[in-house]
Design a protein around this ligand. Structure first.
Ligand code: SF4
Length: 363
């Protein structure tokens, strides 16, 4: 592997969409179709050393080695939960670290991927929110997490899903996130269809409206968490700018595909948003919308000033929704013994004043 930092003028191969790579090759006198071969090596075969791309001519490999560089996140720690969930701590080229999670059999294999280091959204129940935004991830770093997990889990040739629910708000890093989805969808790379991708947002309305126009359209999950502005404003500061009614109105206009639904995520917090009355208000809000509600009982963690409701309260909340015709699921917590469950990812031991101490929780 060529370290990008050692070649500051090199073109970052892993950041290029295939058409851009074709252009870059063509301007250097090489055939455009070689971009397809390079995509196959990098994404399907997991080879990031251009010298090992043996079906390319020596001349092309020399050009790649001289003028291009590939950076792959380095696996620092891999932990496995008793339930099969795995947590990966990855180091990026600048030394910052992110965590990605593999969730097996849900029913497909799922990678939970980060889009930012830290997050600017400051949700009250989320450790990442307390840390602020350190920086956006590039498209290549977002895809890089998939490259590492697919390789480590031997899933490059198998079907897997991606949820953009790791650290960060994907729509706050719009351009790089969408570019990553285009790279992932490329038929000569992973060939990951958008229906296998779920983008989770806290409700950045201008970006959500932009997303509605995209040719590559992932499934949409909206982190709602409360049925009223008064409640949601306490949990999600962004709600003061884009309120519940505006978000629901935008969702009603969102082009939901056939047989698909918008998922509304609802972190259930004891004594905050967990009463049957809250469930009734939520059901009214979603009436007539192609939707489902994913109830996520809080995974309590140090630093989060909320507690998990009792099992009885959780069941009553879900039952109240179901009785009113809402499709509802209660998220089973995965990987709690390795702190890989939703809201529990924390990258520890880094110096935050250097912009690197991160506490990660799920969107
Ligand atoms: S819940 Fe998601 S959007 Fe909110 S602060 Fe955490 S990472 Fe950001």
């Amino acid at each position: 592997m060529i370290d990008q930092q050692e070649h500051p003028v090199a073109i970052a191969l892993h950041e290029l969409e295939r058409l851009s790579l074709e252009d870059a090759l063509a301007t250097r006198g090489h055939q455009r179709f070689h971009a397809r071969q390079i995509f196959r090596w990098l994404y399907r075969r997991g080879v990031d050393d251009v010298a090992a791309m043996t079906d390319l001519s020596r001349d092309l490999r020399d050009t790649l080695a001289r003028e291009f560089a590939v950076s792959t996140p380095q696996l620092v720690v891999r932990e496995r939960s008793t339930d099969g969930t795995e947590k990966f701590l990855l180091r990026l080229a600048d030394g910052r670290q992110v965590e990605s999670v593999f969730i097996p059999d849900t029913p497909a294999q799922t990678f939970c991927i980060s889009t930012q280091v830290g997050c600017a959204m400051a949700c009250a129940f989320c450790l990442t929110g307390k840390m602020g935004l350190v920086r956006n991830l590039s498209a290549g770093e977002i895809v890089g997490q998939v490259r590492v997990l697919a390789g480590a889990l031997d899933l490059r040739d198998k079907a897997f899903n991606i949820v953009l629910m790791g650290m960060g708000e994907p729509l706050h890093n719009y351009d790089e996130t969408m570019k990553a989805l285009r790279i992932l969808a490329d038929a000569h790379g992973f060939g990951l269809p958008p229906r296998r991708v779920t983008l989770s947002t806290v409700g950045l309305l201008p970006a959500l409206e932009r997303l509605a126009q995209e040719p590559i359209m992932p499934n949409l999950a909206v982190s709602l968490h409360a049925p009223t502005d008064a409640q949601r404003g306490e949990l999600v500061p962004l709600n003061r700018k884009y309120g519940v009614a505006d978000i629901i109105a935008a969702c009603r206009k969102f082009p939901v595909k056939k047989r698909s639904r918008i998922t509304f995520e609802y972190v259930l917090l004891a004594g905050v948003n967990d009463t049957p009355e809250d469930a009734v208000r939520l059901a009214r809000l979603l009436a007539g919308l192609k939707s489902k509600v994913n109830v996520i009982p809080l995974n309590a963690a140090p630093g989060i000033p909320f507690t998990r409701p009792s099992d009885e309260t959780i069941d009553r909340f879900a039952a109240t929704l179901a009785e009113r015709g809402v499709l509802v699921s209660v998220r089973k917590s995965r990987g709690r013994d390795i702190r890989a469950a939703c809201g529990q990812l924390i990258v520890e031991g880094q110096n935050r004043s250097a912009g690197q101490k991160l506490a990660i929780a799920m969107s």
